[in-house]
Design a protein around this ligand. Structure first.
Ligand SMILES: [Cu+2]
Length: 134
C-alpha cells in the first residue's frame, strides 16, 4: 500500500513536470499577438474605434493587455501631421479595446498601437489603417 502511494506521487510529479514543460513550449512569443480592427470603416466626426487583440494562430482574444502607445493620424493619405487625440474607453467584451477619437476628415487614418500582454516580455506593436467615411 505504501509503495503504491509512493508510485502515485512520483507519477503525479512526472505528469506535473510534463505539463509545466509543455506549457513553457506552448508559451507564445510576443510576435504571436496582433491587433485587428473590429470595423474597417467609421463615420467621420466623433468616432468609437474598436480593436481586438488576438493570439495567433487560433485568434484567441487577449484580455487585460495594457495599451500604452497610441497615435492616430492621416499618414495613409500623406497627412502624417494631421493627428488626433485617442482616448481609451471602457469595453465589456474580453480582448476588445475601444477608443474615442474625433476624425475631422474623411479618408485613411492610421492607428499606431503598443501593448504589454500579461506574462509576456516585449511589446506588441501594430499599425492599423481604417477609413473614415463622409
Ligand atoms: Cu487629413
Amino acid at each position: 500500500m505504501k509503495s503504491y502511494t509512493y508510485a502515485r506521487v512520483v507519477r503525479a510529479a512526472l505528469i506535473g513536470m510534463a505539463m509545466t514543460g509543455s506549457a513553457t513550449l506552448a508559451r507564445a512569443d510576443i510576435k504571436d499577438y496582433e491587433f485587428q480592427l473590429v470595423d474597417q470603416t467609421v463615420k467621420k466626426g466623433d468616432a468609437i474605434i474598436s480593436i481586438r487583440l488576438v493570439q495567433k494562430p487560433d485568434g484567441k482574444p487577449v484580455p487585460d493587455a495594457v495599451i500604452f502607445a497610441t497615435r492616430l493620424d492621416m499618414a495613409p493619405d500623406g497627412m502624417q501631421e494631421m493627428a488626433t487625440k485617442v482616448a481609451p474607453m471602457p469595453s465589456t467584451e474580453p480582448g476588445v479595446y475601444k477608443f474615442k477619437a474625433t476624425l475631422s476628415m474623411a479618408g485613411g487614418w492610421q492607428l499606431s498601437l503598443g501593448a504589454k500582454v500579461q506574462g509576456e516580455t516585449g511589446t506588441v506593436e501594430n499599425k492599423l489603417v481604417l477609413k473614415a467615411t463622409p
